[in-house]
Design a protein around this ligand. Structure first.
Ligand code: CP
Length: 311
């Protein structure tokens, strides 16, 4: 799936059809009690080996893939850029081929370069799961965001979801946009013109489902959920952000009150508290679903690993 290979790679949500998305979400839903440790999980991946390739830092994605694999009885081997033979000039493709030659069953991969997961997927004959590649996609984040919304709102079709902030540099925004619009939600992308241009209405389902706005206060009353994005200082967005970013686009308690009473607050993490989101909002007991998103990440990754390895 998505694509360019005949294996069960998951490289992005762009082009994934609604039935496949729904099947993955349903499979993840069934795994929630097991991901939370409330019920024992079946050892469906016993004897399988998952390689966690993280060439860029991660807390949530790396740990939840490891937790998901281990809950299902698989073992995990870890490889980071630092300490690998890539420091001696070995290419990413050769590194992946060597790991695959050790009998690994799937590669979960994060990399700073957009397209790195596709490159590795073409180099090996085992499934590759993109755990975030540059500005391109972060498909399991998109799935966990949608699963969180579906559980809290009851449905995705007809909902309006705001994604706010550094859209230009955000793989999270792209995967959420593709998945949400495929399932019938409207997405409003909000941010300064330097970080979200009108061209974004031409990706995914197009202008019928995607809007670009620059005035957050005007948009908030329309939303069923608002997804605040992290300002990605490591992708050089910091230089493009005016000093008044927080004043214009930060989610403060006053701004949160402009949302409809049922609307949810989301953030993929890690948080820049006091920049894109205030602590009083991030930690709000009824509005914020930020830690619920993290919990759904384990269930989604259990479902994705089973799909990749078992079909
Ligand atoms: N949301 C997310 O991808 O977090 P990590 O960078 O910690 O994995």
């Amino acid at each position: 799936m998505h694509l360019g290979t005949q294996k069960n790679d998951l490289l992005g949500l762009d082009g994934v059809d609604p039935d496949t998305l729904t099947a993955l979400l349903d499979a993840a839903e069934a795994r929630v009690p097991m991901a939370e440790g409330v019920e024992p999980a079946p050892a469906t991946l016993a004897g399988r080996l998952v390689a966690n390739f993280f060439f860029e830092d991660s807390t949530r994605t790396r740990c939840s893939f490891a937790a998901a694999a281990q809950r299902l009885g698989a073992n995990v081997v870890n490889l980071a850029g630092e300490g690998s033979s890539m420091s001696k000039g070995e290419t990413l493709a050769d590194t992946a081929r060597n790991i695959a030659a050790m009998g690994v069953d799937t590669i979960v991969m994060r990399h700073a370069a957009s397209g790195a997961a596709l490159l590795v997927a073409r180099a090996v004959d085992i499934p590759v799961i993109n755990a975030g590649d540059g500005r391109h996609e972060h498909p399991t984040q998109g799935l966990l965001d949608i699963l969180t919304l579906r559980r809290r709102l009851g449905s995705i079709r007809g909902r309006t979801i705001g994604i706010v902030g550094d859209i230009a540099n955000s793989r999270v925004a792209r995967s959420a946009l593709f998945g949400l619009t495929t399932l019938g939600a409207k997405v409003i992308l909000v941010g300064p013109p330097t970080l979200v241009g009108a061209a974004f209405t031409r990706i995914g389902a197009g202008p019928a489902m995607v809007r670009v706005e620059h005035d957050l206060d005007a948009v908030l009353p329309e939303l069923d959920a608002v997804m605040m994005l992290r300002i990605q200082l490591e992708r050089a967005a910091g230089g493009a952000i005016a000093a008044d970013y927080r004043q214009l686009y930060g989610l403060s308690p006053d701004r949160m009150e402009r949302l409809p009473a049922h609307a949810l607050v989301m953030h993929p993490g890690p948080l820049n508290r006091g920049i894109e989101i205030d602590s009083a909002v991030a930690d709000h007991t009824s509005r914020s679903v930020i830690l619920a998103q993290v919990a759904m990440g384990v269930a989604v990754r259990m479902a994705v690993l089973e799909w990749a390895l078992r079909g």
